[in-house]
Design a protein around this ligand. Structure first.
Ligand SMILES: Cc1cc2nc3c(=O)[nH]c(=O)nc-3n(C[C@H](O)[C@H](O)[C@H](O)COP(=O)(O)OP(=O)(O)OC[C@H]3O[C@@H](n4cnc5c(N)ncnc54)[C@H](O)[C@@H]3O)c2cc1C
Length: 377
């Protein structure tokens, strides 16, 4: 390991804060840059909660990475003394024959994950806040729950600083220029030379790297908070939840016990347009789909939202992120396109970024997300 390498982390958000921590922990000289400050709400993070789950319905190849992330979540909490994650379970509900339900059961069986399968009667008794339909199944992933995104990013960034990293806040990187023996980072204040750069700019990836050979589609995501009219939402068990079909949606009881946050799947998000000009106003017609979902599956939620927020996220065509060297620039490590499921994995991807930046390779099973020889996103 080349512990004395100078590494730039461009974008100290979800992935960048974790990369800065893992790099600094390994003795690298780390300099982070963010156009805002760690923990802000102008990008892909924010809104108080993100779901953590062990079972993966997109692809069971994520499970080993989730296990690695799980260990690092524990480590970060122990080293900093902050509760970043709470394991309250996650209920997955949807038609029995649906592909995502099948993949979850596959990853549970393949990796021996702690779970319970509930029938309609069991669900109604234990979690009366949800309705399911004939032919639906419900699976409770027990090693699951919620993460606090703002606290996590600030905690990881601060921990990195305590380990020696420097973070330039409110400093936009304008250009990343590969040069002999490294890379130059250009900001309005000048330029700095590094051995390697880790690029974790989230929704700004096309803005900073316009020549990227893959498409990362930047979408505008609405989070909507609703107040329950019954107590079940905040009982002893208060799992996060995902409904797979016919309309994919998810939700989390908020940590303060006041409201329930709902969100929708990729197919229902509008393109974000220029990330510097994100439209943060939610029109009443954009809420109709939330109202329908509440009426059908969560009738104890009052359908008038008490809070609305808008975020951005980059999606690849396959929903698999892009992780690895930028083509033609071996000293630039790219992490982008987390496609709505990156937060739970962030410590693992931060660690993988540190592997790639310091050693040029990672022992983790990342072929399926690698940029190397990747023709399609
Ligand atoms: C509403 C919503 C709900 C989600 N729910 C979940 C969930 O429940 N579970 C889950 O696992 N995942 C979830 N995700 C996905 C997860 O939040 C994202 O995959 C993850 O946050 C992406 O991290 P990132 O580091 O790529 O981007 P960000 O966290 O956005 O970080 C990018 C950073 O780069 C900075 N930056 C950009 N351009 C520059 C520049 N030129 N110079 C300097 N700095 C720059 C930005 O300011 C920002 O801080 C959700 C996403 C959204 C939007």
């Amino acid at each position: 390991m080349s512990a004395s390498k100078r590494v730039a982390v461009v974008g100290v958000g979800t992935m960048g804060s974790q990369a800065a921590w893992r790099l600094a922990a390994r003795g690298a000289e780390v300099v982070g840059y963010d156009r805002f400050a760690p923990g802000h709400d102008r990008s892909a993070a924010g809104g108080e909660t993100r779901i953590f789950r062990s079972a993966h319905f997109e692809d069971s190849r994520y499970v080993p990475l989730l296990k690695h992330a799980d260990a690092l979540w524990e480590q970060l909490q122990q080293e900093t003394g902050r509760e970043l994650r709470r394991l309250t379970g996650c209920l997955l509900m949807g038609p029995t024959g649906h592909q995502q339900m099948a993949t979850v059961l596959e990853s549970i069986a393949e990796h021996g994950l702690d779970h319970e399968v509930l029938d309609a009667e069991g669900l109604a008794k234990r979690f009366p806040q949800f309705r399911i339909e004939d032919g639906d199944a419900a699976v409770l992933d027990r090693h699951a729950g919620y993460i606090r995104p703002e606290l996590t990013i600030q905690t990881a960034a601060r921990h990195a600083e305590q380990l020696g990293a420097r973070i330039h806040r409110y400093t936009t990187v304008r250009e990343i220029v590969p040069v002999a023996n490294g890379v130059e980072i250009r900001t309005d204040a000048g330029s700095e030379h590094f051995d390697t750069a880790v690029v974790t700019v989230g929704p700004w990836v096309n803005d900073l790297l316009p020549e990227l050979p893959w498409e990362v589609d930047i979408r505008r995501l609405i989070s909507a908070w609703y107040v329950p009219t019954a107590d079940a939402w905040f009982g002893e068990e208060r799992p996060a939840f995902i409904r797979t079909a016919p309309t994919h949606c998810y939700g989390l009881p908020s940590p303060d016990g006041v409201s329930v946050k709902l969100g929708l799947s990729r197919a229902l998000h509008r393109p974000a347009g220029d990330p510097n000009q994100l439209d943060r106003t939610v029109q009443p017609e954009e809420l109709e789909i939330f109202t329908d979902l509440i009426g059908r599956y969560m009738p104890d939620l009052s359908p008038d939202p008490v809070r609305l927020s808008v975020y951005m996220e980059g999606y690849t065509e396959s929903s698999r992120p892009l992780v690895g060297p930028l083509p033609g620039a071996e000293n630039v490590v790219l992490l982008a396109g987390f496609s709505g499921h990156g937060f739970k994995l962030a410590p693992a991807f931060g660690d993988i970024a540190a592997d790639l930046a310091l050693d040029g390779t990672s022992p983790r099973p990342i072929d399926f997300v690698s940029t190397i020889d990747r023709t399609e996103a």
